[in-house]
Design a protein around this ligand. Structure first.
Ligand code: GLU
Length: 286
């Protein structure tokens, strides 16, 4: 398979030292394997996007020597492709409308004795799987068990990470029927990422380890849509002084790019690379 890699930031803030690690890893992996490297702006969650952050992110990448090998794809332009994918799933009976509010879901979970653990996503109890029961449709969900049964997929789902090794997840039990289109009409990350990785011919997803947990869901969706599954490599996270993972959500400082070489070398160190290795592959302004 011809190597195509990608970096897919959400324009909800600027790059921070943690996201630079993922960007650098995907860039270097693509270069080392003689492949192409693409940037995709994941701006589907419009309420969380910051105006102008896309341009600023691309400029930060450029300062670090990383420029997309093809015009940058914007998820906000991809409505038709997501709609077609959802339509395909609905037609095959693999997606269903859901009329539950968050409160309904919590009440049904409590009834089933499945109390939501802190820091975990709530497992959808399947209330609308067999019909809306008079409720108005709000969101669309994937019928995970039906996908597994129809395609005769093994449970739990196993996949190989190039750094973390063999991974397993029982998506029906641990995640449940996840959302494809949200109640507010926005496309869910899982659907958009799977459709776009396939549309861009991505052979290798290299991204932060905090996203590893999404991979089984994405593989299920790829199978349901008849799309190829890329190879996956999840990169080490960067932790702040308080021991928490650096992320835009917990207020990580934007990268100081007054000295791009220093920032790139710091990211290279997290990847276990000698500074020279990174610099040789990048066209960082000296
Ligand atoms: N847009 C996602 C984020 O910024 C990354 C998606 C991905 O790499 O699969 O967290």
């Amino acid at each position: 398979m011809r190597y195509v890699g990608r970096f897919a930031p959400s324009p909800t803030g600027l790059l921070h030292p943690g996201s630079l690690v993922a960007a650098l890893a995907s860039y270097l992996d693509a270069r080392q394997q003689g492949g192409r490297w693409l940037v995709r702006i994941e701006d589907v969650d419009t309420p969380r996007c910051i105006l102008g952050a896309d341009v600023a992110l691309l400029e930060q990448l450029r300062l670090c020597g990383m420029v997309s090998d093809a015009p940058v794809m914007y998820q906000s332009q991809r409505n038709a492709a997501y709609k077609a994918a959802l339509g395909q799933l609905i037609k095959r009976g693999l997606a269903y409308p859901c009329g539950c509010s968050r409160k309904d879901i919590e009440a049904a979970q409590a009834e089933q004795g499945r109390l939501k653990q802190r820091h975990t996503a709530a497992v959808y109890p399947g209330t609308c799987r067999n019909g809306l029961q008079g409720k108005a449709a709000r969101a669309w969900r994937l019928d995970v068990q039906r996908v597994i049964d129809t395609l005769q997929l093994p449970t739990p789902l196993q996949w190989q990470d190039r750094r973390l090794g063999e991974q397993t997840q029982d998506v029906a039990q641990e995640v449940g029927d996840f959302v494809l289109r949200r109640a507010d009409g926005l496309w869910a990350y899982q659907l958009a990422v799977v459709v776009d990785d396939a549309a861009q011919g991505v052979s290798d997803v290299v991204r932060g380890e905090d996203l590893a947990d999404n991979t089984a869901r994405q593989i299920l969706l790829q199978r349901a849509l008849g799309l190829p599954t890329p190879r996956y490599l999840h990169t080490p996270l960067v932790f702040g002084a308080n021991g928490e993972k650096l992320s835009k959500q917990n207020g990580a400082q934007a990268l100081d790019l007054s000295n791009p070489l220093q920032a790139v070398n710091q990211a290279a160190r997290v990847l276990g690379l000698a500074p020279f290795d990174a610099l040789a592959a990048l066209s960082v302004p000296r």
